[in-house]
Design a binder for this molecule. Structure first.
Ligand code: P1T
Length: 385
C-alpha cells in the first residue's frame, strides 16, 4: 500500500489506501464479482471467506474512505441509510439520541418511524448554538447526531464545540459529512467519533450509484461496526464499489468547481428581485458564516432559496421551467439538480415541524453541478423570469 507521510488531499483522492492488485499489478482494483472464495482448509483464503464479510474491491474502496477522512477504518454500505442504520444498531432500548432538528428527511424518518418503535428516544434540537446540546444530555444519552451543512437549510454546526461536550459526557458524536465531503471538512480531526456519508452524492459524484460510508478511528468502535456490517449484511456490491472508487479519484477537482459555481449561483440569486432569501454558508450574513469559515475549506455547491412572498406556485413554476437543473431527488453529481424539499426529500417530516426549521413550501434546493457557469445562470434567468 502506498504509505508516505504527509500525502496531500489531492494525492490521497487518487492513491489513498490503494495498492496494486496482487494478481496482475492492475492499477485499478479489479471488480471481484464473486460471492465466495475457495478454501484449501476451513478458515478462508487470505482472510476472504464470503463477500458479505469481505470483498477485495470493497476493501479497496473502504481503504480509500479511511484515507480521505484521515481515519483508521472505512466501511461501505448499500446506501447512506444502511450506514445510518448500522450506527443506530450500536444502541439498545432506553438509549437516547440528540439530533439536529434540521436534517435529511430520510434520517428523520428512520429515527422516528423505525428506531423510536424499538424504544430509542430522539431529541431534535437547534444546534446553531452548540452549548444547547448539553441541556439534552442525560445518563441515557449515547449519541449526538450532527449534519453540517444541514440538508436543506445549509445551517452550520460547530463540530469542535459539540465534540468538547460529547467527550465530557462520554457520548458518541456522529457527523453526517455528505454535503461537505472530506475535501471541505474532516470531522474526525475536529473531534467526531464517526463520520457518515451518503456516498451516492459527491463521493460517487456521477449519479450512478447508491452507497453509504462510515469512517472511524477507535479500534473497538470499528470492531462493533464491522460486526454489524457483516451480521446485518447491508453491504454494497463490487461493481458499485469500483464506480465510487473511480468517482473519488476526481473528488478534489469536482469539488473545486462545485464551490466556484455554487458561489456564482448564490450571488446571482441573492441579487435577483424575485428571490426572497438565499441559504448559502458563504455569505458573510449567514448566521454561522464564521464557523463555516473556520471548519470548512470552502462553502460547497449546495444552496436553497425561497421566492418573494414565499410563493409556492412561483417556486413550482421555476423548478418546472429549469432545463439544465433537472428536477430530481439527490445531489452531488456532476450535473445540476433542483429539488422541492417540502414535497420531495423532506416530505416525511410533518409540515409543522418542517416549517419550524425553515422548510417552507416555496423553498427550492439546488445542487450546483460543474457545467459552464454561464449556461447555469442563463437557465436560472429564463426559469425565474
Ligand atoms: O440516499 P442514501 O444514499 O441512502 O443517503 C441518505 C442520506 C443521508 N444523509 C444525507 C445528508 C443525505 O442527503 C442523504 C440522501 N439525500 C437525498 C437523497 C437528497 O436528495 O437529499
Amino acid at each position: 500500500m502506498l504509505k508516505f507521510l504527509g500525502m496531500k488531499f489531492n494525492t490521497k483522492a487518487i492513491h489513498g489506501g490503494q495498492s496494486l492488485d496482487p494478481a496482475y499489478n492492475a492499477v485499478m482494483p479489479p471488480i471481484y464479482q464473486t460471492s465466495t472464495y475457495a478454501q484449501t482448509t476451513p478458515g478462508g483464503h487470505k482472510g476472504y471467506e464470503y463477500s458479505r464479510s469481505k470483498n477485495p474491491t470493497r476493501n479497496a474502496l473502504e481503504n480509500a474512505f479511511a484515507s480521505l477522512e484521515n481515519g483508521k477504518y472505512g466501511l461501505a454500505f448499500g446506501s447512506g441509510m444502511a450506514a445510518i442504520d448500522a450506527i443506530l444498531k450500536l444502541l439498545k432500548p432506553g438509549d437516547e439520541v440528540v439530533s439536529t432538528a434540521d436534517l435529511y428527511g430520510g434520517s428523520y424518518r428512520l429515527f422516528t418511524q423505525i428506531y423510536q418503535h424499538f424504544g430509542i428516544k430522539f431529541h431534535f434540537i437547534d444546534m446553531a448554538n452548540a452549548s444547547n446540546v448539553a441541556k439534552y444530555i442525560n445518563t441515557n444519552t449515547k449519541l449526538v447526531w450532527v449534519e453540517t451543512p444541514t440538508n436543506p437549510m445549509l445551517n452550520i454546526i460547530d463540530i469542535k464545540q459539540i465534540a468538547s461536550i460529547t467527550k465530557k459526557h462520554k457520548v458518541l458524536l456522529v457527523v453526517d459529512n455528505t454535503f461537505a465531503t472530506p475535501y471541505l471538512q474532516q470531522p474526525l480531526q475536529l473531534g467526531a467519533d464517526i463520520i457518515m456519508h451518503s456516498a451516492t452524492k459527491y463521493l460517487g459524484g456521477h449519479s450512478d450509484v447508491v452507497m453509504g460510508a462510515l469512517i472511524v478511528n477507535d479500534d473497538t468502535l470499528a470492531e462493533q461496526l464491522y460486526f454489524i456490517q457483516k451480521a446485518s449484511g447491508a453491504i454494497c456490491g463490487p461493481q458499485d464499489s469500483f464506480l465510487v472508487l473511480r468517482g473519488i479519484k476526481t473528488l478534489h477537482v469536482r469539488m473545486q468547481r462545485h464551490c466556484e459555481n455554487g458561489k456564482a449561483v448564490a450571488e446571482f440569486l441573492a441579487n435577483h428581485p424575485k428571490i426572497e432569501q438565499v441559504y448559502w454558508p458563504g455569505f458573510s450574513s449567514h448566521p454561522n458564516h464564521q464557523i463555516a469559515k473556520s471548519q470548512m475549506r470552502d462553502f460547497g455547491g449546495m444552496l436553497s432559496f425561497s421566492t418573494k412572498g414565499n410563493n409556492y406556485n412561483e417556486s413550482i413554476k421555476i423548478v418546472e421551467k429549469l432545463k439544465l437543473f433537472t428536477l430530481a431527488e439527490s445531489l452531488g453529481g456532476v450535473e445540476s439538480l433542483s429539488g422541492h424539499p417540502a414535497s420531495m426529500t423532506h416530505a416525511s417530516i410533518p409540515k409543522a415541524e418542517r416549517e419550524k426549521i425553515g422548510i417552507v413550501d416555496s423553498l427550492i434546493r439546488l445542487s450546483v453541478g460543474i457545467e459552464d457557469i454561464d449556461d447555469l445562470i442563463e437557465d436560472l434567468t429564463q426559469a425565474i423570469g
